[in-house]
Design a protein around this ligand. Structure first.
Ligand code: SAM
Length: 229
């Protein structure tokens, strides 16, 4: 059974899409999508041989070889021009996702939608979207096994979406919706930043730039959590 997290990601892939899943590991996501949508096709990319092998095994087990191609290589380099309309990058840190997008920019010509699920540092990826012609059309925050995950859907746009510092940090759609889970996450993040600030203050030569950034973020979190709505 596919994790709730990846099922939520799958829900944002329109029917009949040919998509790439970068860092596919066991290729669970492409297999799930193709089993549920007979017109879907996928390319699963993996940079490591172990997961690449697992992906191939899964595709064979579900007899999906004619619809899912498993390729070994780094990030978006495994794609040729105009092969897919949608790219998924899930289950990695935001910094790595951003690097993969930046290094593979030239392969994104035909890609209308990018779905990411960063485990941390979502801000990095939002910033990349806002400076590379994609606008965030949907975001979802979910919980599974005690972890809170964010899923960000970005669609190609002629004009890049300008995001404020707060929108970059909290997510433009998530900030609008402010669900209970969102509040739980940012309560937790608030405490985390408090601890980091205490530690930094005790350091021999504190990094004042970083300290200020965290203090700013604390103010924003407080604002967002306590503005009554
Ligand atoms: N996408 C799946 C998910 O969300 O459950 C798997 C996530 S797994 C934690 C991350 C996978 O990304 C690993 O299998 C790793 O080998 C792969 N990976 C890391 N960096 C990569 C890169 N630059 N290009 C392709 N795959 C990469």
């Amino acid at each position: 059974k596919l994790s709730r997290r990846l099922q939520e990601v799958a829900a944002f892939i329109p029917e009949g899409t040919k998509f790439a899943d970068i860092g596919s590991d066991h290729a669970y996501l492409p297999c799930f999508v193709c089993l549920n949508d007979k017109h879907a096709k996928a390319i699963a990319g993996e940079v490591n041989e172990g997961p690449w092998q697992s992906a191939q095994n899964a595709v064979q087990r579900f007899d999906l070889q004619d619809r899912i191609e498993v390729r070994l290589g780094n990030g978006l380099q495994i794609l040729n021009n105009n092969e897919v309309n949608l790219v998924v990058i899930a289950g990695m840190g935001g910094a790595l996702i951003k690097t993969i997008l930046e290094e593979g920019k030239s392969r994104l010509g035909s890609v209308e939608r990018i779905i990411v699920q960063p485990n941390v540092d979502e801000r990095n990826v939002r910033y990349w979207f806002s400076t590379n012609g994609y606008s965030i059309s949907k975001e979802k925050i979910i919980e599974e096994n005690g972890h809170i995950y964010e899923i960000i859907i970005a669609d190609k746009h002629d004009v890049s979406q300008e995001l404020t510092e707060r929108q970059l940090l909290f997510g433009p759609c998530l900030l609008n919706a402010k669900t209970d889970l969102f509040k739980i996450k940012w309560n937790h993040e608030y405490k985390k930043r408090m601890r980091v600030i205490e530690q930094m203050k005790r350091a021999e030569s504190p990094n004042y730039g970083k300290l200020d950034m965290f203090k700013n973020e604390l103010d924003w979190i407080e604002e967002v959590l306590h503005d009554g709505s």
